[in-house]
Ligand binder design. Structure first.
Ligand SMILES: NC(=O)C1=CN([C@@H]2O[C@H](COP(=O)(O)OP(=O)(O)OC[C@H]3O[C@@H](n4cnc5c(N)ncnc54)[C@H](O)[C@@H]3O)[C@@H](O)[C@H]2O)C=CC1
Ligand SMILES: CC(C)CC(=O)C(=O)O
Ligand SMILES: [Mg+2]
Length: 358
């Protein structure tokens, strides 16, 4: 019997609904394969501000650092939108990523053949969309200093800093080339090197790292073109590596190649051994509490946890196959249902996945 302790940070909005779904799936896997998973809940985000006065309370940080893996829902919502940046729910998420040095955010984008009708980009799904976004997660605009507001000659101005060290670029580039070696051997590095100094360093550093991976093909692409190419020829991508902000935006765009943001999982990995697994989507305040959220992104994030965090390949594959099966069987939450009256709820979708696991 393998024992694992999982820190569960549901967060805000639909976060608690989708993490409950993922926990139910993990419990079924534990029963089936004779593992013992212990779940420890912690506060993060807006709910942590309300309960503890801090978007990342010390207890959450410690419990997460000591766990074998962190399962996170999402943070944020209109209730906290007027708070200053340093006190907002999102700060809790940025801080846990930074404090655990989770610099590599893997966001697989894989279309399900059974969802062709649900995508506004049907041709994309037909074209077998299957690529990996490797997003740098602990540098760039979200973290660079100075980050502040100031009054200059009677006018308020705001500053964010886009800062990258060569060492930060080097380690994420290495992750991308290694991922490509296990896939189809092609990396597209996305930057804005025609305008940004940080992107010029990015490009030079990626080129330097590439010298050690001669078996991998490398192409540099400017981010505006990349945004277009994702729609024009999504099947041409294998691994895309990019900095924090570009990766954040391009992965939401890429989600629509699969049919919905509610389908994309992610794994954030780093140097400390503990990984954080969360859906790509946010807290979706517009549907929170309605049992309408698609739980498949969170469930697939749990699959990434057992695969990357616990090295349980067959358990991960079991979850992935169950997700494929429920979609092939026609289960559709509202975000992917062609007809609203045919949509299933979050809990019905979760129950269908659990049944498919048995
Ligand atoms: N990782 C995180 O915790 C993230 C948090 N956020 C926060 O979430 C809040 C809302 O941000 P938005 O811009 O609205 O982005 P969002 O990702 O929460 O929602 C965007 C749209 O996608 C839909 N959607 C998202 N997840 C879904 C799911 N599982 N099933 C069905 N539909 C789904 C929503 O209903 C909404 O229409 C903000 O406070 C933002 O800062 C946003 C992105 C990531
Ligand atoms: C707080 C944000 C940076 C979260 C987000 O949008 C993301 O990580 O995708
Ligand atoms: Mg995002």
């Amino acid at each position: 019997m393998t024992k694992k302790t999982i820190a569960v940070l549901p967060g805000d909005g639909i976060g608690p609904e989708v993490t409950t779904a993922a926990i139910n799936v993990l419990e079924t896997i534990a029963d089936k394969y004779d593992h013992h998973f212990t779940f420890q809940q912690g506060w993060i985000g807006g709910s942590a501000i309300d309960e503890k006065g801090d978007p990342l309370p010390r207890e959450t940080k410690e419990m997460s650092a000591e766990s074998d893996g962190i399962l996170l829902g999402a943070v944020g919502g209109p209730k906290w939108d007027r708070l200053p940046g340093a006190e907002r729910p999102e700060k809790g998420l940025l801080e846990i990523r930074k404090s655990l040095d989770l610099y590599a955010n893997l966001r697989p984008v894989k279309a399900y053949a059974s969802l062709i009708e649900s995508s506004p980009l049907k041709e994309a799904i037909v074209a077998n969309v299957d690529f990996l976004i490797v997003r740098e997660l602990t540098g760039g605009l979200y973290f660079g200093e100075p980050k502040k507001r100031e009054d200059i000659r009677g006018e308020t101005q705001a500053i964010d800093t886009l800062l990258y060290k060569a060492s930060e670029i080097k380690r994420i580039a290495e992750r991308a080339f290694q991922a490509a070696q296990l896939r189809n051997g092609k990396v597209v590095s996305v930057d804005k090197a025609n305008v940004l100094e940080s992107s010029r360093l990015w490009r030079e550093t990626v080129d330097d790292v590439h010298a050690s991976y001669p078996d991998v093909e490398l192409e540099h692409m400017l981010v505006d073109n990349a945004a277009m190419q994702l729609i024009a020829q999504p099947a041409a991508f294998d691994v895309m590596v990019t900095e924090n902000t570009f990766g954040d935006i391009l992965s939401d765009e890429a989600s629509m190649l699969t049919g919905s943001l509610g389908l994309l999982p992610s794994a954030s990995l780093g140097s400390t051994g503990v990984g954080l697994y969360e859906p790509v989507h946010g807290s979706a305040p517009d549907i929170a509490g309605e049992n309408r959220a698609n739980p498949l992104a969170a469930i697939s994030s749990a699959a990434m946890m057992v695969k990357y965090g616990f090295k349980m390949e067959k358990e991960a594959e079991k979850i992935e196959t169950a997700v494929e099966k429920v979609l092939a069987d026609g289960y559709r939450t509202a975000d992917i249902a062609p007809k609203m009256e045919e949509a299933v709820t979050t809990t019905e979708m979760t129950d269908a996945v659990i049944k498919a696991l048995e």
